[in-house]
Design a protein around this ligand. Sequence first.
Ligand SMILES: *Cc1c(COP(=O)(O)O)cnc(C)c1O
Length: 377
Amino acid sequence: MKIGFNKPYFTGKEAGYIREAVESMKISGDGMFTRKCHAFFEKKYGFRKCLLTTSCTDALEMAAILLDIRPGDEVIAPSFTFSSTVNAFILRGAKVVFTDSRPDHPGMDEGAVGALVTPRTKCIVAVHYAGVACDMDTLRAIAEKHKLSIVEDAAQSMDACFKDQPLGSLGELAAFSFHETKNIISGEGGMLVVNNERFTGRAEIIREKGTNRSAFFRGEVDKYGWVDIGSSFLPSDIIAAVLYAQTEELDAIQARRKAIWEQYDRALAPLREKAQARLPFLPGYASNNAHMYYMVCGSGEERTRLIAHLRKAGIIAVFHYQSLHKSSYYRDRHDGRELPNTDIYSERLLRLPLFYELTDEQVSQVTSRVLEFYGLG
Ligand SMILES: *Cc1c(COP(=O)(O)O)cnc(C)c1O
């Protein structure tokens, strides 16, 4: 039996809610299911204001517009992340100053951020890699000292905390993803969280093609028109119907994912003890949302052999992030600093299958193959 890397999980209610949305004859944006999703996240996590978007990428683009990022501005972000994290700011003409990853985990090296600040720096994009919180105390101290904004790329961070505070509530703005590879999904989909009230009105306008249509529908203005720049960032209510079905099962999905994650971590512990490969490290301030189980191999060559070894047993393990500072788009624009930890994760990090329907039996098949590869079988 093959074990794929990811399998999207559907709770069973998605199709019924899509039908409801269709029968309500209102499938454009901000319909009933969109409102239910906003209310769900605002209540569950105490987010100030939630706005569904068509992707996390879109939510990040909205953040860059809201912060008035312009040509000449600088944005500090990790290199070991997805292109969207920084592309949103590049679209506004900003320059990205990349941070290295931490030696102990792939997240951004918060302690090194301060030295990268210049008079042109506008914001820090805090990417909570694998849903593991950045050290927000450190980032906030730097942001306060230099009057910078913090945007959280919380794409992988649903239901995770920094010291009991939900990720997504810590930056002025935060962006979540509901892409089918994340913990809860709508196929493509995302959400902008607005934690600073000064952005709420304008966020609605930017999301609605630069119009004040949202205020008009609430009866706050008697006609609506074009008042700012913007785009069409809001999803159809059909997408929100899928997401709403997922929110109803969020706790169950999280519980199962965490159980799988723990099973991996227990079974692979001998690798940690013998220092044959590195397993995930969680700083004391970060909770675990089981977005990902990864290991860091001893070398790139070892990773290639391990992938092949697993594939022979029908198990698909994958790696990701080509360092952005070495990407074909950015390498000539990068300031030339070496980012050695980023390069290590880029070459050696391997992600094991992790999805709701993965059985205990399948997890133990994966772990025994991994242990076998390291001669611990
Ligand atoms: C998935 C992901 C994104 C992009 O999310 P989309 O919803 O596909 O736009 C951005 N940043 C990170 C860190 C991600 O993991």
